[in-house]
Design a protein around this ligand. Structure first.
Ligand SMILES: NC(=O)c1ccc[n+]([C@@H]2O[C@H](COP(=O)([O-])OP(=O)(O)OC[C@H]3O[C@@H](n4cnc5c(N)ncnc54)[C@H](OP(=O)(O)O)[C@@H]3O)[C@@H](O)[C@H]2O)c1
Length: 340
């Protein structure tokens, strides 16, 4: 079922080698047909996230056969639906949606993409397509991490890469939910920026007194949970600073380094490390929980879960867009925009 006449060809970005931005080429290919239980989305915008950078370098949790179209998260309008999409397909036709792509098939850095019916999430009227393009990965991760903290009874938690889009969301959502987030950044100007946004405790990991200041704070405030986006030495530093019976949950690998930890704390102080990935966390929710969570996240997209946009590029400049984002990750997202 098609809403309107579709072109035969489209512009798309292809990853031809797992070598980062240099492996990208923009070209033409036929507009895909939605398969069974899929919808065809005319893509409006797609965010570049750290997970995309990892994927382009072949360092994500999975690889796809090349060439492939990258892009895990975006938004657009449903313009056709495949077989076996039933009532839901009819409901979605013509609707604006946020969408995410998965382990198989192509991604969202294209004018059109076919996505599973389950991964086309209708947007509320108040949510624009640009916010919609950044509405799943980080917002739901913020919801998940704050929920993990609450369920385990933590009133204060640490978070690294604190000037990231997700770090800002964690702070604002935590304020609403009664969980204080102590954000850790790596540059002095980020400390000032975050303090201006109302954060009481911001620590600079590049400061000579970082380890001591972190240890004092963790012991004064009895902080026993840390969320880490960096890996490398950072989880070990966090664990060393926190009291006995503490945990670090690693959710990102921005340093591109393996986690290094002194085993003493693990053995003698009941300290531990685990990982977090949004995909299985969402998969554990039942249908009703997922619908309610998506609705709530959307109502917060213009406040606690808002993302700033720093730059916009057309598909033809995908290489520059990725290079720009890699060079400056703080201060807002870089979007690929295809138009509505
Ligand atoms: N596990 C999951 O399911 C999941 C889901 C969502 C997000 N994430 C992770 O969450 C993290 C934040 O994502 P985002 O989209 O919010 O990022 P973002 O807005 O692009 O910001 C990235 C931040 O990381 C900082 N950074 C980059 N490399 C760093 C390093 N080696 N050491 C310290 N800081 C570094 C940057 O600071 P500078 O300005 O100083 O470079 C920037 O503030 C990423 O690791 C991402 O993979 C994980």
């Amino acid at each position: 079922m098609t809403q309107s006449h579709l072109p035969e060809q489209m512009t798309a970005v292809f990853l031809e080698a797992y070598s980062g931005a240099s492996g990208l080429q923009t070209g033409q290919r036929p507009v895909p047909q939605p398969g069974p239980k899929e919808v065809l989305v005319k893509v409006a915008a797609s965010a570049i996230n750290p997970s995309d950078l990892s994927f382009l370098q072949g360092r994500y949790g999975f690889k796809k056969p090349l060439p492939t179209i990258p892009g895990f998260e975006g938004s657009g309008t449903v313009v056709a639906v495949g077989k076996a999409t039933g009532l839901m397909g009819r409901f979605l036709l013509g609707k604006r949606v946020a969408c995410v792509t998965q382990q198989t098939g192509d991604g969202l850095w294209a004018e059109y993409t076919a996505v599973s019916l389950n991964y086309a999430l209708p947007l509320l009227g108040a949510v624009g397509l640009e916010q919609g393009a950044m509405s799943v990965v980080n917002p739901l991760t913020a919801v998940a991490l704050i929920e993990l903290a609450q369920k385990a009874g933590h009133k204060t938690v640490l978070n690294t890469a604190g000037a990231s889009a997700l770090g800002l969301m964690l702070h604002r959502l935590g304020q609403q939910e009664g969980v204080e987030v102590v954000n850790i950044v790596r540059r002095a100007e980020q400390v000032a920026q975050l303090q201006q946004q109302g954060m009481r405790h911001v620590l600079n990991s590049s400061s000579a007194t970082f380890d001591e200041a972190l240890r004092d704070l963790c012991h004064q405030q009895k902080i026993r949970l840390a969320f880490d986006a960096i890996a490398g030495d950072m989880p070990g530093q966090l664990l060393a600073a926190m009291p006995n019976h503490s945990r670090v949950t690693v959710y990102g690998g921005l340093s591109q380094q393996a986690v290094k930890i002194d085993p003493t704390g693990l053995i003698f102080q009941d300290k531990s490390v685990n990982g977090f990935w949004l995909t299985p966390w969402v998969g554990q929710k039942n249908m009703l929980q997922s619908v309610l969570m998506w609705r709530r996240a959307q109502t917060l997209l213009l406040s606690a879960l808002k993302t700033e946009v720093r730059a916009r590029y057309p598909l033809a400049q995908a290489q520059q867009a990725v290079a720009d984002y890699e060079a400056t990750m703080s201060g807002g997202k870089v979007l690929l925009v295809m138009g509505e």
